[in-house]
Ligand binder design. Sequence first.
Ligand SMILES: Nc1ncnc2c1ncn2[C@@H]1O[C@H](COP(=O)(O)OP(=O)(O)OP(=O)(O)O)[C@@H](O)[C@H]1O
Ligand SMILES: CC(=O)N[C@H]1[C@@H]2OC[C@@H](O2)[C@@H](O)[C@@H]1O[C@H](C)C(=O)O
Length: 383
Amino acid sequence: MARLAAVAAQPSRRIIGLMSGTSLDGLDVVLCRCTGAGATLHVALEHFATVPYPLDLQQRLRAISQPTVQLQDVVVLHAEVARRQADMVLACLQKWGVGPAEVDVLASHGQTIWHAPRHQHGRPEFAHHATLQIGDGDHLAQLTGILTLSDFRQKHVAAGYEGAPLAPFADELLFRQPGVNRLLLNLGGIANFTLLPADGGPALATDTGPANTLLDHVVRQHYPNKSYDAGGYLAAQGHVHAGLLAALLAHPFFAQPFPKTTGPELFSPAYLKASQAKTSTTSLPAPDLLATLVELAATSVAQAARHYLGPQPTAEVLMSGGGAHNATLLAALARHLPTARLLSTAKASVPPDAKEALLFAVLANETLAGHPALSLGKISLPG
Ligand SMILES: Nc1ncnc2c1ncn2[C@@H]1O[C@H](COP(=O)(O)OP(=O)(O)OP(=O)(O)O)[C@@H](O)[C@H]1O
Ligand SMILES: CC(=O)N[C@H]1[C@@H]2OC[C@@H](O2)[C@@H](O)[C@@H]1O[C@H](C)C(=O)O
């Protein structure tokens, strides 16, 4: 406890942030120094790496995010994900020449295995939101020897919110620019954005729908040696199928009021398969499927942007996440949002692949600094 009190009292903290998102491609690891907190926060990024998940871990995580999951697999993976992530952290630190004792805090998102906002779980007897992230913080603290904060979403849910997006809390501190509408668009498995309005109004955030989750699924199905469509090269060779696009957009999520959150549970291979069956497109060539899914992502992002910013959104769109490397998706976004300036978070000195891991470092820093309204995460003491 003395260590916790000491870290809480420090004017500046060296923090590792960990994020593994819905794509299950690997663990993003950042090491940063957070000085101050809230309005006085300054973050200096020291190191960043993405450690790919081994194929067996990817496959087992994908298998437990299915309705027919074996409970024992969840129990085992709760400990195993944390232990494997601890090894990944220690390997990064060794590569960077930093000892665990030189790090004050480890901030871990864990792995979302099921996200169940009220409108999605369909259990009338429980009128509340629910979400589950695995990868237990005690294992991380014990194996790395670093004070760990984890499980950031549960308190958000306990307070009546959906457990996501959490990005606006950090986006507000890192990216606010008076006089400019800034849209922080993260193109991960699922796409989500934070709007920081030019007039200084409060940050607004929502998920918009699938970005890479179904693209990756189609690539894995049709191209055995690939796990994603690098650069959007395959999608660029296809044509959008208007009928399939309309069927995909008919999903009730798109008609739900903003803000809203979702996950791959909803935008699953079964949803794609059902939309294909409805439109007799089960034999559509893979590039056409990919082109249609890229169009779905761009259309749904643009629809959400127009909801918040009017028919011709003028904003700096600062993009992050793996989808920011998909040139076909970026071209589609530019077509849908011709009045917006499409940029990368690098414009604000945050590398686009490091952004989400940085978010959890910032959230841990706010909790430890005693932010009056932002104290997310559970604390695990090492030793
Ligand atoms: N060079 C690239 N070209 C095209 N797509 C890419 C490239 N690199 C990564 N991606 C896509 O980005 C995905 C990973 O993105 P990211 O790590 O941001 O997602 P995530 O954090 O797992 O998801 P979420 O933010 O929804 O939780 C990959 O699965 C792939 O589809
Ligand atoms: C429940 C969950 O893990 N949601 C993730 C996911 O990935 C993107 C989108 O869906 C977003 O809602 C969220 O992550 C980011 C970091 C957030 O909470 O802001």
